[in-house]
Design a protein around this ligand. Structure first.
Ligand SMILES: O=C[C@H](O)[C@H](O)[C@H](O)COP(=O)(O)O
Length: 227
């Protein structure tokens, strides 16, 4: 994990933004570099749709004009980080618990750029535990159903609810996160569909066929990957 690489990726992505655009702002330490670089460009008539309360606070502080998906349902460009970038630019996201709002914003975007440090690029998805957002009501029952799905995918260990010292972590939408240590996700599309079919699962962190370009920061610049 390199902060310099994240910064270089974020600054490179800010160059893709043009005056007058509606821009989706991702969440996380890498996306924060993008938000800072975007604010520094001072482009006229931007409207920014944040993917979390954290990002909204940062963007507001930096003087960016905020909007919502309700007011600006068509987003020109979203820039966001990732926890893993696999073949075909399939991603795992949600390490910061923002996956639901992120996916809503990504799916409303004409173009999505993923920004990351080099350590995020992997030969196959699954080393980073897959975040799964679950409704709090009956969450242990839902977790049992998730365990069945994981077993069907030859993923042995059950998902664990995410908690901090002060208790269970809640997303901005008030839901819980389960993290599934998959090790290797052999068929991301089938796993995505199987998880999504469970009542009580709100969303999962597999972002498939959504990324148009990845910008990978290096110590002295950046490289790009196309799907
Ligand atoms: O929920 C959080 C997001 O999906 C983040 O974009 C992801 O966890 C990457 O975060 P970071 O840039 O801090 O590694």
């Amino acid at each position: 994990m390199s902060d310099l690489q994240k910064k270089n990726a974020g600054e490179a992505a800010a160059q893709y933004v043009e005056a007058g655009m509606v821009v989706g702002l991702g969440t996380g330490s890498t996306a924060a570099w993008f938000v800072k670089a975007l604010a520094a460009r001072n482009l006229p008539d931007l409207r920014c749709v944040p993917t979390s309360e954290r990002t909204a606070d940062l963007a507001r502080e930096l003087g960016l004009t905020l909007s919502t998906l309700e007011d600006t349902p068509k987003i020109d460009l979203t820039v966001d980080g990732a926890d893993e970038i696999g073949p075909g630019l399939a991603l795992i996201k949600g390490g910061g618990a923002a996956l639901l709002r992120e996916k809503l914003v990504w799916e409303a975007s004409a173009r999505c750029i993923c920004i990351a440090d080099a350590a995020k690029v992997v030969p196959a998805l699954g080393t980073f535990p897959l975040p799964i957002e679950v409704v709090a009501f009956g969450h242990k029952t839902t977790a049992n159903r998730i365990a069945d799905v994981l077993a069907d995918h030859d993923i042995g260990s059950p998902a664990r609810v995410r908690e901090a010292e002060r208790g269970l972590i809640r997303t901005d939408g008030g839901n819980l996160i389960y993290d599934a240590a998959c090790k290797l996700i052999a068929d991301p599309a089938r796993l995505a569909s199987d998880l999504k079919s469970l009542t009580g699962v709100v969303e999962h962190g597999l972002f498939l066929d959504l990324t148009d370009l990845a910008i990978i920061g290096t110590d002295d610049g950046f490289g790009t990957i196309n799907p």
